[in-house]
Design a protein around this ligand. Structure first.
Ligand code: ADP
Ligand code: MG
Length: 697
């Protein structure tokens, strides 16, 4: 309580430090979305600077989220020269609201060419400024949006804010129809559960693949994996506990509501989850969480891996994006209450989500696509690449009833008795959970469980907000015109239940049967990033985002280009890394070991011509053909990579080539190397083993 939010220029600080009318004017912008006046910014800038300097800051930065997926910053000190050779500390309203980074040096998907450099960062006053402490140096970080000279969004934040505006507007139209005249804003809320791995830093530094690509490109499974199911929720050892506590303290100082921490299913895997908050803040906070995990791990001699699949054969990491809608009066619009069948407003919002997810399944899938996630989706550890919704018994039953008319009952959970008189009987939830569903209703929110662990949550939330806003728009258009509101509403909900319940699936999403069943239902199954992101430039998507002012066609196209490029570049870097490690580390190590074996045979035979050296000989016989295979596969991968490079004229074709040819060549090379790993002397193998990385903490 003493230090929570101590490094945040939050509401309490603003109320204390800003003149009353400035504070009020700023709140009009934050709460109601009214334009910000420069005079207000001027006063806020000054107060912010004084506060930052009192807390040790010398620099400020516009902190933004370009299309790299990371955050970006450039530091400027507050100093300003005076005529007597000294300095004063200054920070103007203009410096607060606007910065000017070079737009062509960030991924821009062709929106800006190298000579068209101008870009702007603009203060996002809805997410509070904060002080970051790095090695004792304090920097004032101002969350900003980043756009080009021509006004196009070049970041993850701008479209997110736009999508929040559209869903607020459309949800309010629905609320008004239900008689609510007082709510001023509806905010999508998000709680992002973040999974990660921890390994010894010294092993990380010895693995070029981890350093350059975030995942191991070689390596065999240890004799023990996760089959004992003893890691999930297991006791956290002292070293990791100390790490987690420091992470929490850093996060709490920054106002991040770090709440839950536990061991995850795979050895070496952990999770952290904050309490939910409004989507743009949750997005900023998730970036801060990822940065903090890296930073604190480093201090503890550890390396934090945020890649979706750092270890083959072991569960990878994801991010669960919990999403709901909340009014400024504090009402959760996805709260069913005790008798959801009678709660027409709740059913309206639920049906809007169902229709949105069904209609825009491919787009939603695309929003969770990155090269790392291709290793997870559909691999029985994460949801399949097919989008479906889990509603649970109670709601599924109500949707069934809706198909035939007005629903008239809600299944109740009742009590759960454990059969021991000293244990309390528990109120039973009306619905079980389902961990195989990509989009699950979990009581009063939806959990989008397909999101990759390293991705900014902005992308999926832009899509969820906009597609739900679209269906709410369609509903509001009809309902506002209707003479009989209740009759029309019933008709709309019934239509949705009939037309869109194909997306509802409560069974086992990991099973083969579901893949077939989904195909029969006509649900898209887009297994790789290269295919999935085509949904970004379909006519339907372009229309959707244009209508809601979230993306122009140009902006969408640029994002499509960026994602395809990132996909190809990622595989290219992985391929080159493999070639490098194979040629310069594995091949020489195997040769050294073979020579050692040969020398051993010769030495023993010289000492005793009768000696039996069968063991050495057969090992050598096994190694030699594999060594040859290794060098052939390395060459094949090298060739595939250079062919791929030459396809750069057509980004899509290139992406597919990387997926089908280069990626396959990588797998073949890995297979040979992994066979060698189990033959070569443990101490001579150049890469730290999976056993060491996963079990020695
Ligand atoms: P589980 O692992 O069972 O899914 P966790 O407690 O790890 O549960 O995570 C649940 C997440 O959902 C938390 O971040 C929580 O704050 C968030 N959450 C709860 N209610 C809402 C809501 N109304 N809107 C968005 N997120 C929510
Ligand atoms: Mg969860």
């Amino acid at each position: 309580m003493d230090f929570f939010g101590k490094n945040v220029f939050n509401d309490a600080v603003m109320r204390e430090r800003l003149p009353k009318n400035t504070y009020k004017a700023l709140h009009k912008t934050i709460d109601e979305g009214l334009p910000l006046q420069l005079e207000v910014a001027e006063v806020v800038a000054n107060a912010m600077k004084d506060w930052a300097i009192e807390n040790g800051a010398t620099h400020y930065t516009h902190w933004f989220q370009p299309m790299t997926g990371f955050t970006a910053e450039k530091h400027d000190s507050f100093i300003s020269p005076t005529h007597d050779g000294k300095v004063i500390m200054e920070f103007s309203g203009k410096e607060l609201i606007k910065g000017e980074p070079d737009a062509s040096s960030f991924p821009n998907g062709g929106i800006r060419s190298t000579f068209e450099a101008r870009g702007y960062t603009a203060w996002d006053c809805t997410s509070p400024a904060f002080l970051r402490e790095d090695a004792g140096k304090v920097i004032l970080c101002i969350p900003t949006a980043f756009c080009s000279y021509t006004g196009e969004a070049l970041d993850k934040k701008t479209p997110l804010l736009r999508s929040m505006e559209t869903i607020s507007k459309q949800a309010l139209r629905i609320l008004r129809l239900f008689g609510n005249t007082t709510a001023k804003r509806v905010t999508p809320t998000v709680g992002a559960e973040q999974e990660y791995f921890l390994i010894e830093k010294k092993y990380h530094q010895k693995r070029l693949d981890l350093m350059l690509t975030g995942r191991t490109l070689f390596g065999v499974l240890p004799p023990k994996g996760q089959e004992m199911e003893d890691h999930y929720f297991g006791i956290i050892n002292e070293r990791v506990t100390a790490f987690m506590q420091e992470v929490n303290i850093e996060l709490w100082k920054l106002g991040v509501l770090a709440k839950t921490q536990h061991k995850e299913a795979a050895p070496g895997q952990y999770e952290i989850a904050p309490i939910f908050t409004s989507t743009n803040i949750a997005t900023d906070h998730n970036q801060i969480v990822m940065d903090t995990l890296h930073k604190v791990a480093n201090r503890h001699g550890l390396a934090c891996l945020l890649h979706e699949k750092p270890f083959a054969g072991v569960n990878g990491s994801g991010k669960h994006n919990n999403w709901s809608l909340c009014t400024d009066e504090g009402v959760n619009l996805l709260e069913p209450g005790k008798t959801p069948h009678e709660n027409a407003q709740f059913l309206t919002f639920i049906c809007a989500v169902i229709k949105a997810v069904d209609e825009y399944a491919a787009l939603l899938r695309a929003s969770a696509a990155n090269p790392g996630n291709d290793h997870r989706l559909g691999a029985n550890e994460a949801p399949p690449a097919i989008i479906s919704i889990f509603l649970g018994d109670e709601l599924s039953d109500i949707i069934e009833q809706l198909k035939n008319g007005k629903p008239n009952s809600s299944k109740q959970g009742g009590e759960l008795t454990i059969g021991v008189s000293t244990l309390p009987s528990l109120p039973k939830d009306s619905t079980d959970r389902n961990r195989t569903s990509p989009f699950a209703f979990t009581g009063n929110k939806f959990e989008f469980r397909m999101v990759p662990s390293s991705l900014s949550i902005a992308d999926p939330n832009v899509v969820i907000n906009t597609i739900v806003a679209e269906v709410l728009t369609q509903m509001a258009n009809r309902l506002e015109k209707a003479k009989d509101f209740h009759g029309e509403l019933q008709a709309i909900l019934q239509e949705i239940a009939i037309q869109h319940s194909r997306v509802i699936f409560d069974g086992n999403g990991y099973s083969e049967d579901w893949v077939k069943e989904a195909a029969r239902r006509g649900l898209p199954n887009l297994s790789s990033t290269a295919e999935a992101i085509s949904a970004l430039i379909s006519e339907k998507t372009t229309e959707l985002f244009k209508n809601h002012g979230v993306f122009s066609a140009t902006e969408l196209h640029s994002r499509y280009e960026i994602y395809l490029e990132q996909y190809s570049k990622t595989i290219n870097i992985e391929a080159l890394t493999m070639v490098d490690v194979a040629k310069r580390q594995i091949l020489p190590a195997v040769m050294r070991y073979s020579t050692e074996l040969a020398n051993s045979i010769n030495t023993i035979r010289t000492a005793d011509p009768e000696a039996d050296v069968l063991a050495q000989r057969s090992l050598l016989n096994e190694l030699s053909p594999l060594l040859k295979e290794l060098s052939l596969k390395t060459k094949a991968l090298q060739d595939a990579t250079s062919t791929a490079k030459h396809l750069h004229g057509d980004a899509y074709k290139q992406g597919i080539y990387y997926r089908d040819v280069v990626f396959k060549a990588m797998q073949e090379l890995r297979q040979v190397a992994d066979k060698l790993e189990v033959l070569v002397d443990y101490d001579m193998w150049p890469l730290p083993s999976y056993t060491k990385m996963l079990f020695r903490l």
